[in-house]
Ligand binder design. Structure first.
Ligand code: TYC
Length: 108
């Protein structure tokens, strides 16, 4: 923030504000990661990606296979609150169906 002083006022600041400080900050973003395991069925992981991450069947299958082959993959990127909620919903759903699927979040 700066102020221009057009010095015609005997030292009294009557200048015009020429810049304003932006006051909003972009929220930090968090990746929701899915981890591979040997027991959770592939169809269950695809279902999770469709249900909680709004992926289409093709995209969900591609992400599931990526996790299956590489060990970890990104389900989506969200604000902290949304990412945390998704992780909780996915973990609760997996436990309810007695699958060991793990989901976590990581700052971008
Ligand atoms: N590896 C699992 C299987 O062969 C499938 C799987 C994929 C599990 C992705 C978890 O996040 C996962 N049934």
């Amino acid at each position: 923030m700066s102020e221009q002083n057009n010095d015609t006022d005997g030292g009294v600041k009557t200048g015009v504000v020429v810049k304003t400080k932006p006051k909003t900050k972009k929220p930090s973003l968090y990746k929701v990661l899915m981890l591979n395991d040997d027991y959770t069925p592939m169809e269950f992981v695809v279902h999770i990606l469709e249900r909680f991450f709004n992926k289409g069947q093709e995209d969900a299958t591609r992400i599931m296979l990526h996790v299956h082959q590489k060990g970890v993959g990104v389900c989506g990127v969200f604000s902290f609150e949304v990412a945390e909620t998704k992780v909780t919903l996915v973990m609760d759903f997996a436990r309810k169906h007695q699958h060991p699927l793990q989901c976590t979040l990581e700052k971008e």
